[in-house]
Design a protein around this ligand. Structure first.
Ligand code: AGP
Length: 629
């Protein structure tokens, strides 16, 4: 048997109540959430006092095929789900929605119900027969029982949902609909994402706003442990799990629907790579205040609190962690505050020393990554201050932080982060400069000079992108490689790690990034005749002759048979004799160089994957937003 506790983790959720045909709206919403990664899908609608549902393992095309064979009736209420299984088979029976025994209640779920085993035993004792291995089904049966007991009349389904939520442990977004209430949807959330879209006489639910921005950009944030009841005629009511009224925070989504479309590109990732100059420019836009001072989006910390900071942790996962590694070099250099960078999944388990004078910078494109969220909560429990760098407005991580810096990358749909990463790096620079300025370790004109360098980055990235034809050609010759190594020093080291991660996740090729100086301490043994080694060379103007040392490292690997692919800035002739392939990038100040040197690595990984015939936007086994620990 599978491990139901970990099923249904990173799922996509869609709900609709309104005059349009719910079948179309829900299916379209699911299509827009496809990028989250999933392995089965399902829909339920309520029409003519009956609940009808269809679900199928595999991609949405399978569900659509089934819908053509077993059409659902037109309806004004519907829910839809894409499920991403971490354990257990992605089968038809485990797909959502899950229905109560009499078929009158349907539930979709994202997250983990940790106490599902005892609740399942209780249901089974009461004679309930389970039809799936999921934890979700427990919530369905409990909800059906609570609904049967709840007082008839308006609010009955919400009453039942609150009663169930009070019994659940773990993280969950639940959305439910019931056959007898054709105008009502009820949803609940604890530590899993859910946003509400408000249109003209219609309402939407989504795991993120991509589910509904084609219809409305007016949204409501749902807080922790809240239940929302949507009634087509009575509107929206939000309460806590005990029934206390809550006023949801309204906001307008500043992404438009077109931003979440492919816009003429074959792949979302290609589009997102191409959008990087604009994404960086947008992230820099409006950051300087009237006196030339830097401004963040939301700061619930006083200047004195920021001046009192004596230590910084940067905490994130995956690509965002690599952005954090780059941040360490810049923030330490500019502020002279010690900075540690930590994987969110490790951070709280090693009992880090945190107090009021610690600043924890959490970085997350989605704002929903569970490891990062849990690290954030741990930091706040220890009284540390938390600053979030985030792309998704209205997501959980910025909501729970003391200060927020939004990257303005627009929706990032491809699972592999590209523009999300570059804008995170730029945001880290700005946060470093902001802190340096508040603490008086940099004068405003010094800050402005670096901001001027930052403002040249969009053009530099555009220049790199314009010269990518040879990189594409090179990619095709690398598509058969078994292993590719990446080397870098200083800020080039996280770039090497990021290049290796992109290649692993997109092309499924074994890849590793190393600090170039570490190579001689072991990894050099793996280099064989023809092993491709990609080297990110620092500027010849970098301090402490790091450049020359990397040039020596290229010679060392070449002497052992490596095929060297060198990324170096224009005019660096020292590398020419040792490069089997040379990729040029524009001259850029040392600390800012990752923004340009990362780009060829993104293109390379994307092209290698494409040559291998792989799904670049939705690589196997991965989900865009990792909402389990
Ligand atoms: C990047 O290409 C990834 N797919 C992944 O490492 C990602 O960066 C990580 O899961 C963190 O996501 P977040 O920025 O949304 O928190």
């Amino acid at each position: 048997m599978s491990l139901p506790g970990t099923l249904g983790a990173m799922c996509g959720i869609v709900g609709y109540v309104g005059p349009q045909d719910a079948r179309d709206v829900v299916l379209e919403g699911l299509r827009r959430l496809e990028y989250r990664g999933y392995d089965s899908a399902g829909i339920a609608v309520v029409a003519d006092g009956r609940l009808s549902s269809v679900k199928k393992a595999g991609k949405l095309a399978n569900l659509e095929k089934l819908l053509a064979e077993q059409p659902l009736p037109a309806a004004t209420v519907g829910i839809g789900h894409t499920r991403w299984a971490t354990h257990g088979g992605p089968t038809d029976r485990n797909a959502h929605p899950h229905l109560s025994a009499d078929g009158s209640v349907a539930v979709i779920h994202n997250g983990i119900i940790e106490n599902f085993a005892s609740l399942r035993a209780e249901c089974e004792k009461n004679g309930v027969e389970f039809r799936s291995d999921t934890d979700t089904e427990v919530a369905t049966h409990l909800l059906a029982a609570a609904y049967a007991q709840a007082a008839e009349g308006p609010g009955r389904l919400a009453d039942a949902m609150r009663a169930v939520c009070r019994r659940l442990e773990g993280a969950f977004t639940l959305v439910a609909t019931v056959a007898t209430e054709p105008d009502t949807l009820v949803a609940a959330r604890r530590s899993s994402p859910l946003v509400v879209g408000v249109g003209d006489g219609e309402y939407f639910l989504g795991s993120d706003v991509a589910a509904f921005i084609a219809h409305t950009r007016e949204a409501r944030e749902l807080g922790q442990d809240q239940v929302v009841e949507i009634d087509r005629h009575r509107g929206l009511t939000v309460t806590d799990f005990d029934g206390g009224a809550v006023e949801p925070k309204a906001y307008t989504v500043d992404w438009d629907a077109a931003a979440a479309e492919k816009g003429g590109y074959d792949r979302f990732m290609l589009k997102e790579i191409a959008e990087q100059p604009k994404a960086i420019a947008d992230t820099l836009l409006g950051r300087l205040g009237p006196q030339g001072e830097l401004v963040l989006d939301e700061v619930r910390l006083s200047d004195q609190e920021l001046r009192d900071i004596d230590k910084i942790f940067v905490v994130a996962c995956g690509t965002a962690f690599h952005a954090g590694m780059i941040a360490k070099y810049a923030i330490e250099h500019w502020t002279r505050i010690p900075v540690e960078v930590e994987l969110a999944s490790e951070f709280r388990y090693r009992d880090p020393v945190l107090d009021r004078s610690t600043l924890v910078v959490v970085i997350s494109q989605s704002g929903e990554t569970m490891d990062t969220l849990m690290a954030l909560r741990h930091a706040r429990e220890q009284k540390a201050r938390v600053l979030a760098i985030c792309n998704a407005n209205g997501s959980t991580i910025p909501r729970e932080s003391d200060a927020v810096f939004y990257t303005h990358a627009g929706p990032e749909v491809a699972v592999a982060s590209t523009k999300g990463f570059l804008t995170q790096v730029v945001a880290c620079y700005l946060v470093g400069l902001f802190l340096a300025q508040v603490r008086g370790v940099k004068y405003e004109d010094e800050v402005s000079a670096i901001v001027a360098d930052l403002r040249r980055l969009p053009e530099a990235v555009a220049e790199v992108l314009a010269g990518m034809a040879p990189v594409r050609e090179l990619a095709r010759s690398l598509a058969g490689a078994n292993t590719i190594l990446f080397l870098g020093r200083h800020v080039g080291y996280p770039v090497a790690l990021e290049g290796a991660l992109k290649l692993k996740e997109l092309a499924y090729i074994h890849a590793e990034g190393f600090a170039a100086g570490e190579l001689k301490h072991g990894p050099i043994a793996v280099i064989d005749e023809g092993t491709p080694v990609i080297v990110i060379v620092p500027s010849p103007r970098s301090r402490e002759s790091v450049h020359d040392k990397v040039v020596s490292n290229i010679q060392e690997v070449r002497a052992r048979g490596a095929r060297t692919i060198v990324i170096a800035e224009e005019g660096d002739d020292d590398v020419v004799p040792y490069a089997d392939h040379l990729i040029r990038v524009p001259r850029t100040p040392t600390l800012l160089a990752p923004v340009v040197t990362t780009v060829p690595l993104q293109v390379l990984a994307c092209e290698i994957a494409d040559t291998r015939g792989l799904d670049v936007d939705q690589p196997r086994n991965l989900a865009k937003s990792v909402t389990v620990e």
